[in-house]
Design a protein around this ligand. Structure first.
Ligand code: NDP
Length: 282
């Protein structure tokens, strides 16, 4: 029923390239927002332990009547749980909250290189256990820089299936994306419209006028044509629909290049630098 393309991961599984993100969706609104997305046709939901709303995602999938096997659900390990026993216990809680006996993709949310004596490798080894027993069907990381990925590749046997990082026209993050391309790690682009911050840019609005689409659709289409996985967030039903209508138009090479040219490098980030970020929620 859906016209969303899939991307094949290095473990052979196919992930829908477009999904729905629920960061900053309040827990008591998550079931409704996720249900709206499922009704529109989204079959991929991106949540996290840190967002506090996995339960609402599980509820929406259950109440939608859609087969669990038709919806891709990603969640992520919270920053306070990198020690192996904590990671195993909290993963169980994720499955309970989702009311599912598996998750499609489980990620280490942040590398936290200044915490845990810089050891994210033993956390990655726990995710490999979860993959081996089938409860995390695919495993990956988030906010990993090139040096962090190099360590996993050098010290462990399993290359992450994805790396979920900040990517949008103001921070194109090419070095990390490039490493991913070379090592079959799919890039998932978080905050794909920079939380709305790129939508007023004249380059974007001019292209939107030229192709007869909204600025959000133009920026999301730019990601799709670059081959990254995206999951824009919105609690506004009309926008949820708008963000799903990306597969009946194309940007030409000049339009793609103009949007990529908006890159401001580190200055363009909306979120923290992963080398420094050390936040552990209470
Ligand atoms: P987005 O770039 O998806 O932007 C969301 C914001 O843009 C909201 O304020 C929303 O408003 C608004 N918006 C959405 N669609 C439109 C539209 N068509 N026109 C105008 N405004 C629009 O930001 P997120 O930070 O939420 O990123 C998306 C997802 O990425 C997250 O939900 C999460 O799943 C993931 N993520 C992962 C991170 C990580 O560390 N791994 C970090 C950050 C995000 P409204 O809701 O009011 O409609």
């Amino acid at each position: 029923m859906s016209n969303v393309p899939t991307i094949t991961l290095n473990d052979g599984r196919a992930i829908p390239q477009l999904g729905f993100g629920v960061f900053q969706v309040p827990p008591d609104e998550t079931a409704r927002a996720t249900r709206t997305a499922l009704d529109v046709g989204y079959r991929h939901i991106d949540t996290a332990q840190m967002y506090g709303n996995e339960r609402g995602v599980g509820q929406a999938v259950r109440e939608s009547g859609i087969d669990r096997g038709e919806v891709w659900i990603t969640s992520k390990l919270n920053n306070g749980y990198h020690r192996p026993d904590d990671a195993r216990r909290e993963f169980d809680r994720t499955l309970q909250a989702l009311d599912s006996d598996y998750v499609d993709l489980f990620l280490i949310h942040w590398p936290l290189p200044t915490r845990y004596d810089g050891d994210f490798v033993s956390t990655w080894n726990v995710l490999q256990e979860l993959a081996a027993d089938g409860r995390a069907r695919s495993i990956g990381v988030s906010n990993f820089q090139v040096a962090h990925l190099e360590r996993l590749v050098a010290e462990t046997d399993v290359v992450p299936a994805v790396n979920q990082i900040e990517v949008h026209p103001y921070t194109t993050n090419e070095a990390v994306r490039g490493y991913g391309h070379e090592h079959q790690i799919v890039t998932e682009a978080w905050s794909p419209i920079a939380q709305g911050g790129v939508l007023d840019d004249a380059v974007v609005t001019e292209i939107a006028a030229a192709v007869g689409r909204t600025p959000a659709q133009v920026v999301l289409r730019w990601h799709i044509q670059r081959g990254d996985v995206i999951f824009p967030k919105s609690v506004t039903p009309a926008r949820v629909e708008e963000n799903f209508a990306l597969f009946d138009f194309e940007l030409d090479d000049a339009q793609m290049t103009a949007i990529s040219g908006l890159d401001r490098g580190e200055d363009g980030r909306t979120g923290p630098n992963p080398d420094e970020f050390d936040y552990i929620p209470d």
